[in-house]
Design a protein around this ligand. Structure first.
Ligand code: ADP
Ligand code: MG
Length: 704
């Protein structure tokens, strides 16, 4: 058989999936559980006990010895606490393997050191995890053996969300309720549920592990804090979609297999724009599952890299001057019977519904652009957003020329009568032609692009959870749908009211539509004229979480309370300040212990050479002298920049104001770090490569 792999058999083999449940659970129990999953009903302890028992038996067959409530605290990564299945030894010294319904549905991790932004201090110290039975359990195999992982939400005793999943599930409910109302208005009586579907494309870098080990900045911060550009960067664009190197191919093969075993539908892989940069995309899934799968995928990317003597870098900007990494969050709304609300329709009726949904989303994005920007805010993403590659830090919507034209006609005449492709188009009379897909301009510079039957939000950072942006997307969509439904349900003439509403939304929120080049500096000026929020850094974006507008939005739909929002803002500030603090200290450490000593050695070699050459006779030592004086000058500059940085780090304000600390880091520490980097990077260009204490950019990105 050789290397033959049976993907169909492999797929989901380590997942306690629907088919496994159907096979193993008593019919009645299976039905009850399905009902719980589909209708969001409460699970009884009786049912939970049976499910837990079968789950345990299945997991043990798969080699599991432990179970773990697997959750996503606000640190951006996943957390878990492992418990063995064993019971206390019996009199004869033997143990049994047990797992109860209670253990399945509720856990109490000793998780008091996860960030809670003061929530737990105000309420109650304990945090609880509860099973999200809509995301299947799975057995993960690694050095620790087999672990049954149970996807869970993490809340405080009084129900405040301490994680990413809880608000995501709440927001799914919110958008479900309002979207159902909307489709009912258009005569849909059969769909039972509307679910946000998400496919998250994941970008990452791969570098050699030996080189990684020689870079303290990569080890401690995930990105290079120093590093001069190699003679060749990405300017040739010869990496993008290029042939995948063998070592990387072997890696990708294993990543795919590990993903498939856990039911993650890894589908598309290719090289990205920067050398050593790659991408992996799964097939879209309900958003809570997509979020879990993205976490699983990130973990697999890292784990498999280590097996292949490489490191997977998920940081948003591992290398200055090269493209950063993001996560493209493809979002749509799908009914349980397979209708995509963002798909242009087959009938005039459906087309009107499509245009209403589309203009609702324009309105939602325009009114909450600040929140959407915040939802993608991450320390590393500050280097990416607004850099000359990733989406800019200003939110706008790309619709494509033709769809924008349809809207413009609606605005000016209230009626779209033709499309740019000269296909007859009269909403209400004929159907929207299937032009959107063909015409989808690949505008890679737009942060929020309509791509035929979904929106692609491109701002999310590569390392970040996709939960936050989807909580925002779901909730802002729910808000506008609610408003639209309130008005339409009360309207005496529905058809007229819909037309008016589409026209009104398109007119009032046209400013958010931008089809041009998002990297053009002119765009920022234009955005300013249009009054769109420009929030260049994470620290600028965080306040969006706690505006009256945001509190009203999230409280209306029970997604976040004001206290939860305030705690999240506080956590964000803390995360920012901590990360910058670590970066600054790492720079100081590297400069003090590695770079400055290396430069001193180099200048000594130069000085010795000058003396030695002169001793032979009256010879020209101008090259050595020039180099020596240049190196000495830069050394002095580096040393003084380092002293300033050290001084500033000491001044970082202490407790209690998170915001104050974050602002100080952003305004004082970050520029001081840049000031230290400049002379060091110049030194790297002149110092003998043999003497430079760490691998260069060229070494890392071209030699994987
Ligand atoms: P791209 O050209 O951006 O790579 P793809 O069609 O390959 O576009 O899609 C990228 C991602 O979008 C994949 O994860 C895919 O599963 C997902 N996707 C496709 N259709 C939808 C949809 N209707 N809703 C949400 N995600 C979708
Ligand atoms: Mg894409």
């Amino acid at each position: 058989m050789g290397d033959y792999i049976n993907v169909v058999e492999m797929f989901g083999c380590d997942v306690f999936s629907d088919s496994v449940m159907m096979e193993r659970l008593p019919k009645k129990v299976y039905k009850e559980l399905k009902k719980t999953i589909e209708e969001g009903k409460e699970l009884t302890m009786e049912i939970a006990d049976v499910v837990a028992h079968e789950m345990k038996e299945w997991a043990i067959e798969k080699g599991a010895t432990h179970y773990s409530h697997w959750f996503q605290p606000l640190t951006g990564v996943t957390a878990e606490k492992h418990d063995a299945f064993i019971t206390a030894p019996m009199d004869d010294g033997r143990v049994l393997m047990s797992f109860s319904g209670k253990e399945l549905i509720k856990g109490e991790p000793d998780a008091s050191s996860f960030p809670s932004g003061g929530l737990r201090a105000t309420f109650e110290a304990r945090g609880y995890t509860t099973w999200d039975c809509t995301s299947p359990a799975f057995v993960r195999h690694d050095a620790a053996g087999g672990t049954l992982c149970i996807p869970t939400a993490f809340c405080s005793y009084t129900g405040e969300a301490l994680d990413q999943k809880t608000p995501l599930l709440r927001s799914m409910q919110a958008v479900n309720t309002q979207a159902l109302r909307l489709i009912r208005l258009f005569g849909n009586t059969t769909s039972k549920k509307v679910t946000p579907s998400v496919g998250a494309e994941q970008e990452y870098f791969l570098i050699d592990k030996e080189k990684w080990l020689q870079r303290k900045d990569l080890i401690y911060t995930g990105r290079t804090l120093f590093g001069a550009m190699p003679p060749k960067g990405q300017e040739m664009d010869d990496h993008y979609l290029g042939t995948i190197r063998q070592r990387v191919s072997a890696y990708m093969k294993e990543v795919n297999e590990e993903c498939w075993k856990l039911g993650v539908s890894a589908k598309t892989q290719h090289n990205e724009v920067a050398p050593a940069q790659h991408e992996l995309a799964p097939i879209y899934a309900p958003v809570n599952i997509a979020a879990d799968h993205n976490q699983i995928m990130m973990r697999i990317l890292k784990k498999v890299a280590s097996r292949h003597g490489m490191r997977c870098l998920l940081h948003e900007k591992p290398f200055a001057g090269l493209n950063g990494s993001g996560k493209h969050n493809n979002w749509s709304l799908t009914t349980d019977d397979g209708i995509n609300l963002l798909e242009p329709g087959q009938t005039p009726h459906e087309n009107i519904q499509f245009l209403l949904v589309l203009t609702c989303i324009l309105k939602a994005v325009d009114e909450h652009a600040d929140l959407l920007r915040e939802s993608a805010a991450d320390v590393g993403n500050d280097h990416r957003l607004g850099g000359n590659e990733a989406p800019p830090a200003v939110i706008s919507v790309f619709l494509g020329e033709q769809l924008e034209d349809v809207l413009e006609q609606l605005i000016s005449t209230g009626m779209a009568t033709h499309s740019k492709k000269e296909v007859v188009l009269e909403t209400g009379v004929k159907t929207l032609p299937d032009f959107m897909k063909d015409a989808t301009d690949r505008n890679r510079t737009s942060p929020f692009a309509f791509t035929g039957n979904k929106f692609e939000f491109r701002m999310v950072g590569s390392r970040d959870s996709i939960s936050s942006c989807n909580v925002t997307l779901n909730t802002i969509a729910a808000e506008v749908f609610k408003e639209a439904c309130d008005r339409l349900e009360a309207a005496p003439d529905f058809d007229l009211a819909v037309h008016d509403l589409i026209k009104e939304y398109a007119t009032e929120h046209q400013r958010i539509v931008f089809n041009g080049n998002g990297y053009d500096p002119e765009w920022e000026k234009e955005a300013k004229r249009r009054g769109l929020p420009i929030l260049p850094s994470m620290v600028d974006a965080i306040p969006a979480l706690t505006t009256d507008k945001a509190v009203k939005l999230f409280e209306t739909f029970g997604v976040f309370t004001k206290a939860e929002l305030e705690s999240r803002a506080e956590i964000q500030y803390e995360i920012y300040a901590k990360a910058i603090n670590i970066e600054a200290k790492t720079m100081i450490d590297m400069a003090t212990k590695q770079i400055i000593p290396a430069v001193i050695r180099y200048t000594t070699v130069l000085a010795d050479s000058i003396n030695a050459v002169k001793a032979v006779g009256p010879m020209d030592v101008s090259v050595q002298t020039d180099l020596l004086s240049k190196a000495s000058e830069l050394l002095k500059a580096a040393n003084s920049a380092m002293s300033s940085l050290k001084e500033l780090v000491k001044q970082i304000p202490g407790f209690p104001e998170g915001r104050e600390r974050a602002v100080f880091c952003r305004e004082e520490i970050v520029p001081a770090m840049e000031a230290l980097r400049r002379p060091v990077d110049e030194l790297e260009m002149i110092v003998d490569k043999e003497m430079w204490p760490m691998p260069s950019y060229g070494d890392m990105i071209f030699e994987v």
